[in-house]
Write a protein that binds this ligand. Sequence first.
Ligand code: SF4
Length: 328
Amino acid sequence: MHIKQFIGAARLFIRSCREFAPGSLYIFLKNHIIRRTKNILRIKEETQPDILGIEITTYCPWRCKDCYVPVELRKDRTVIEEDLLSLTLTQTRKYGIRLYGYMGGEPMREDTIPLILKVASQNRDLTFIICTNGYDIARHGASQFINAPNVGVLLSFDGFEETNDGIRGRGSYKNVMQAASQLNQLKRIFGASITVRRENIDEVLSTDFISHLSNQGFKYVALVKYCATDEAHKDCEVTDNEIISRLAQLRMKTMTWPIFLQTNLVGDFFSFNRRSAHHTIYLGIRGDIYVKRENMLLPIGNVWSQTFEGIMTENTVVYGEKYYPINL
Ligand code: SF4
């Protein structure tokens, strides 16, 4: 950790104490520290998954450019079964996972929110993050989360208004900013999830953009590399090396800022070490467990018919003629 980062970390902590509800800050910080401590104390190179991404629904009324969910699935309103969710949480928490991310489709809808809140109230020591485009919060506010200190929100967008709306549709940027303002007023834990692609790399990895996020109340930013789901969109991808060298420059300029930056390529900006990155495993809406290898989601088992621990002991997944590790 660079000496300047102590200043950034101290400013971030003071700001978070002022702007987040104390109960929420405690749970999020505690689970973050547990995860990082395990990471630091780890002896073996390989690492176990520390986040479960949950496909709570595939439904989404939006039509963003290059969405990874096929259009047919985006019309399906099915919500994950409560029994499946409870069973998976019971087993994955035993395995040490303390952070759960709801994904979709659009995971924040009137028929998913009651389930999210119920599960959060039954597991108050775990943290849950809903990754959303912010539309529901912009329309209906965020008061339903006031009594759910362990639920946070990750607002997903792709740049300033013109760039973002070119990718996600007109009005989408305003929804995000309105949602951020609502969450801020209610002292909810929230952050931004920004997908980095050819079209927006100059913009989103600039100090102007990060400073804008900070001014809008964002204190946590996850920068995620765009991965094309087919050959036709390969041009939209940026190479790992290009992103990492830009991130290194950005890191130097933002060290003292009260904002936490984290990426799936080099972990958090404090250590800038891939070992600090999150390792996500995924639960599909029908109980399948997936790992992501080389931009592909590979199924490794199903929690209806196997225990999570049983699935994980296999430790390799075969795709075609290749073997991939489950624990990286
Ligand atoms: S909001 Fe998400 S799920 Fe919906 S279309 Fe856009 S990228 Fe796809």
